[in-house]
Design a protein around this ligand. Structure first.
Ligand code: F6R
Length: 262
């Protein structure tokens, strides 16, 4: 796991966008895994700048990590709408190539199986962008999730519903109880993963992910198993890392040269 600590959230977004752009540029028909929530917004904003400067994303296929169950896809907080608003439109993606799990499907297990099949049919995900929940979840794989899990229905943790109530006017009861989410096993199949985290509220989860034991109690710790996992943090999210000195040293002395910094 490569850990890169930068000064502030804007620098995190710019750096993550450059890493994504570099990965996508190497593929003729790239496949990008996208996350929702607050963490990736700076990355999308920076990617939109790169797109305005000439980065061509028109051949990119995108797969969202998750979706609430039971929300109409047109609901402003359904991830169908969020991805459309924050990703598809600003990045100029072809809407026909953007996929979000069908949380409103009558047959949810079938929708999950179809989603897995669609990822496979697209050739797999080249780079999966991730945020991390304060409880260590990735996607909506809450603590206790199988490390080999695939796309399926999950029950959201009370803490996740409280954290996400801010998107529903502060009303925790308005946050759906269930979701469809790519599994941890699905995420681990991406050819590379890129997790962004900012702010003090993520510091404990980030430390558990990177330096704690591998285990289902911190689902993000599964990224310790991925051979191409990059974590880009601001100072606040990195503040509880014990081995910070090494991460900075490794970044500045990377075999291919230190990454460009803002
Ligand atoms: C969203 C997702 C979640 C979020 C996590 C952090 O698609 O899969 O894992 O990344 O809940 O959310 P924010 O970024 O809003 O703190």
């Amino acid at each position: 796991m490569e850990i890169i600590v930068l000064s502030d959230p804007a620098a995190v977004g710019r750096h993550a966008a450059r890493l994504i752009a570099d990965t996508l540029a190497r593929r003729r028909d790239p496949v990008l895994g996208v996350a929702t929530g607050s963490s990736p917004l700076g990355t999308y904003a920076a990617l939109a700048v790169l797109a305005r400067e000439g980065l061509d994303l028109s051949r990119t296929t995108a797969f969202a990590l998750d979706e609430y169950v039971g929300l109409d896809p047109a609901h402003p907080e359904a991830y169908h709408s969020v991805i459309d608003r924050e990703v598809t439109l600003p990045l100029g993606l072809d809407p026909r190539k953007v996929h979000v799990p069908h949380g409103a499907a009558a047959d949810l297990p079938a929708a999950c199986a179809e989603y897995e099949a669609a990822i496979e049919a697209a050739g797999g995900i080249d780079v999966q962008l991730l945020g991390i929940g304060a409880n260590g979840h990735i996607g909506f794989n809450e603590p206790g999730s199988s490390l080999g899990s695939r796309t399926r229905v999950k029950t959201l943790a009370p803490r996740t519903r409280r954290d996400n109530a801010r998107f529903f006017g502060g009303d925790v009861e308005a946050v759906p109880l269930h979701c469809l989410t790519q599994g941890i096993g699905t995420i681990l199949r991406a050819r590379s993963v890129l997790l962004v985290a900012t702010g003090e509220s993520k510091a404990a989860a980030v430390a558990a992910m990177a330096e704690g034991p591998l285990g289902a109690f911190c689902p993000a710790s599964a990224l310790q198993l991925h051979e191409r996992a990059t974590v880009v943090l601001d100072e606040a999210a990195a503040s509880l890392l014990a081995d910070r000195e090494y991460y900075d040293f490794a970044r500045d002395n990377a075999p291919g040269g230190a990454p460009k910094r803002d």
